[in-house]
Design a protein around this ligand. Structure first.
Ligand code: CP
Length: 330
C-alpha cells in the first residue's frame, strides 16, 4: 500500500474556501471541485484520528441530532464519533423509540426536531426524498445518512477518499461496482461522485437488478462479471438488499454467488494490485468470499470505515461554519 501520510492536496473552492451548500442531501448537485474540497477537508482529520491527537473541539456548544429511522451500524456510530471528537453534544434518536411508531408524520417529526434548536441534524430514512423534505422544514444544516434507494453521500465521499489514498488518484481509475444496483443508494452516490471525478465506472448486475438506462449516468453496464473485471483498478461489491425487495430477484443465493460472487479466482481478472471495497454490511459467502474480504493487501474494507469518521468530521465542520461565523478551517 502506498504511503500517503504526507498527502496534503490543496484544492480550494474558486474564490475562497466556502462550501456554498447549506445541506448535504446528495452528491447530485455538487460540482467536482466541491467534492474534492470535502475530500481535502477530510484528509486533515485522518492523522489526528490515527494518532489520538489532542482533541479539536470546534463544535463545542453545538447540538447534533442523529435521527435514524432505519437500522445502521457504521454510519450512526461514525457520525456519533465524529460529532463527539469535534466537541458537539450528540443526541441519537432511533425510530424504534420515537413517536414515528405512534403515527407521527415526517413533517411533524421535522418540526419537532426544529423546535429543539439543533445546530445540525443527521438523518437516515427508508424513503427516498425524506431527507430533502426534512431539510426544507428546518433551520439548521441537514446531512443525509442514507435515504431509501436515493443517495448516501458520505458513503460515496469516504469511498472516493479511500480510492484516492490507496490508488493515488480517482481520475482514470477503472472502478467496477457489482451487485444489487437497483436498490442501492451507495451505488447511485458512488456513480455520481466517481464519474464527476473522471473515473471510468463499470457497473455489473443481473438484468433483474440493473436499473433501466443506467448508462445515462456515464457508466458502462455489464451482466457478465468476469468481463467487467478485466483490468479493474477497484472492485466495489454490494450486498443483495433483501429489505428493499418484493419478490425474488435472483434464483438463489448459491446461484448468485456462482455468477456474481467475488472469489479469489475471479479477482485474478482485475489488475494484480486491484483494491477490494465493500460499504458493509457484508454477506460473506454470497457477494464476497471471506478470503477476499480479509485480504491483507487488497481489501480496503476496514480502511473505508476509518475514512468514514474523517469524512463525517469534515462534513460536520464545513456545514456548521456559517453558524459558527468561520469561513475556513480555523
Ligand atoms: N455502509 C452503511 O451505510 O452501513 P450501515 O448501514 O451499517 O450504516
Amino acid at each position: 500500500m502506498p504511503d500517503m501520510s504526507d498527502h496534503r492536496p490543496a484544492t480550494l473552492i474558486p474564490g475562497g474556501a466556502v462550501f456554498p451548500h447549506r445541506h448535504l442531501t446528495g452528491i447530485e448537485g455538487l460540482q467536482p471541485h466541491e467534492i474534492m474540497f470535502l475530500l481535502d477537508e477530510a484528509e486533515r482529520w485522518i492523522m489526528p484520528n490515527a494518532e489520538h491527537a489532542a482533541p479539536d473541539k470546534r463544535l463545542a456548544g453545538l447540538t447534533q441530532i442523529n435521527a435514524f429511522f432505519e437500522n445502521s451500524t457504521r454510519t450512526l456510530l461514525s457520525f456519533e464519533i465524529a460529532g463527539k471528537r469535534l466537541g458537539a453534544d450528540v443526541v441519537n434518536m432511533h425510530a424504534a423509540q420515537s413517536s414515528v411508531k405512534k403515527g407521527e408524520t415526517l413533517i411533524d417529526t421535522a418540526m419537532t426536531l426544529n423546535a429543539m434548536r439543533a445546530d445540525v441534524i443527521v438523518i437516515r430514512h427508508m424513503s427516498s426524498g425524506a431527507v430533502r423534505l426534512i431539510a426544507d422544514k428546518v433551520d439548521c444544516p441537514v446531512l443525509n445518512a442514507g435515504d431509501g434507494r436515493h443517495e448516501h453521500p458520505t458513503q460515496a465521499l469516504l469511498d472516493a477518499l479511500t480510492i484516492r489514498r490507496r490508488r493515488g488518484a480517482i481520475a482514470h481509475q477503472r472502478v467496477v461496482i457489482c451487485g444489487d444496483l437497483l436498490h442501492s443508494r451507495v451505488a447511485r452516490s458512488n456513480i455520481l461522485a466517481l464519474t464527476a471525478l473522471a473515473a471510468e465506472v463499470r457497473v455489473c448486475a443481473p438484468t433483474t437488478l440493473m436499473p433501466p438506462a443506467i448508462e445515462r449516468m456515464g457508466v458502462t453496464a455489464f451482466t457478465d462479471f468476469d468481463a467487467a473485471l478485466d483490468g479493474a483498478d477497484v472492485v466495489m461489491m454490494l450486498r443483495l438488499q433483501t429489505e428493499r425487495m418484493s419478490g425474488g430477484y435472483v434464483p438463489s443465493p448459491r446461484e448468485y454467488r456462482l455468477r456474481y460472487g467475488l472469489t479469489p479466482e475471479r479477482l485474478a481478472r482485475a489488475k494484480p494490485d486491484a483494491l477490494v471495497m465493500h460499504p458493509g454490511p457484508m454477506n460473506r459467502g454470497i457477494e464476497i468470499d471471506s478470503s477476499v474480504a480479509d485480504h491483507a493487501e487488497r481489501s480496503a474494507i476496514t480502511e473505508q470505515v476509518a475514512m468514514g469518521v474523517a469524512v463525517r468530521m469534515a462534513c460536520l465542520d464545513v456545514l456548521t461554519r456559517r453558524a459558527r461565523g468561520v469561513e475556513g478551517w480555523a
